[in-house]
Design a protein around this ligand. Structure first.
Ligand code: ZN
Length: 266
């Protein structure tokens, strides 16, 4: 699941390869970029910084241009060392949207929907980026701003839906929405107006350290306690000798699946 931790993990791997360096080669193998002339426009320019904000990744170049990516469900970033054995099941670098090489390292981006080259001034004005709420993985999470944005929003919206709204808090997707609410024992269907600030902070407090750990090693799956486990017994209820089955249902405008235990999440 490409969520904020996935993007920060990618940025953490790309940064030592590219930051402060001019790439040896930059290619856009996929035909959709054939006319965009990125190799010419970025030729000879060093990468100034590699930044993750929520689910967005930015490769900022010295000349004032930035590559902006958002993976949604289908995209991925990969970093290979020349010595690595690329798994045979893995897509060929020739099908990548973007390939940047430096030294022994190969940075690849596959699929999308969003990979674009934009000016720095546009990254500051773009509403998708400028409107983002605080990044849950920012070094200092601005929780008062998260609460302010949440309280300005529709109080009749379920809390699980509000957690996916990147204008309130950036980086949480369906996986962390489910696991964060479960860990804090809060029902994702409760209306935001009936969830206290302390309860919101409890959800963020459970979610952030898990995402931080996943951003370091990329091992997101170890945190899946209830996500994808509809119909199986809730582990927390089970530990107390009770049986309650994990449920799943689409939530919010996009009808994205949320998982919860109807017994121990309140
Ligand atoms: Zn339970």
């Amino acid at each position: 699941m490409p969520e904020g931790d996935t993007i920060h993990y990618a940025a953490n791997r790309i940064r030592p390869v590219l930051e402060g360096h001019v790439p040896d080669a930059l290619e856009t193998p996929h035909p959709r970029f054939a006319r965009d002339r990125w190799p010419e426009r970025l030729a000879g320019q060093a990468v100034r910084s590699v930044d993750a904000i929520g689910k967005h990744l930015f490769l900022r170049f010295e000349g004032g241009l930035t590559i902006h990516s958002h993976l949604r469900m289908s995209g991925s970033w990969r970093v290979f060392e020349r010595a690595d054995v690329v798994p045979p099941t893995h897509r060929s670098p020739r099908s990548a949207w973007l390939r940047i090489r430096r030294g022994e390292s190969d940075v690849l981006q596959f699929n999308g929907p969003l990979l674009e080259l934009m000016t720095d001034s546009r990254t500051r004005l773009d509403r998708r980026i400028a409107g983002l709420g605080p990044d849950i993985l920012a070094p200092e999470l601005d929780t008062s701003k998260v609460l302010r944005r949440l309280r300005e929003d529709d109080p009749t919206r379920p809390i699980g839906d509000a957690l996916l709204d990147q204008r309130i808090v950036a980086g949480i997707g369906t996986l962390w929405r489910a696991e964060g609410c479960f860990a804090a024992a809060i029902d994702p269907w409760r209306l935001t107006g009936e969830v206290s600030d302390e309860e919101v902070l409890a959800i963020l407090g459970e979610t952030r350290p898990r995402m931080q750990a996943s951003a370091v090693d990329g091992k997101q799956d170890r945190f899946k306690v209830i996500f994808g486990k509809a119909g199986r017994p809730c582990p927390r209820c089970h530990a107390e000798g009770a049986v309650s089955l994990i449920r799943v249902r689409g939530q919010g405008d996009d009808n994205r699946r949320t998982f919860w235990c109807p017994t121990c999440q309140r």
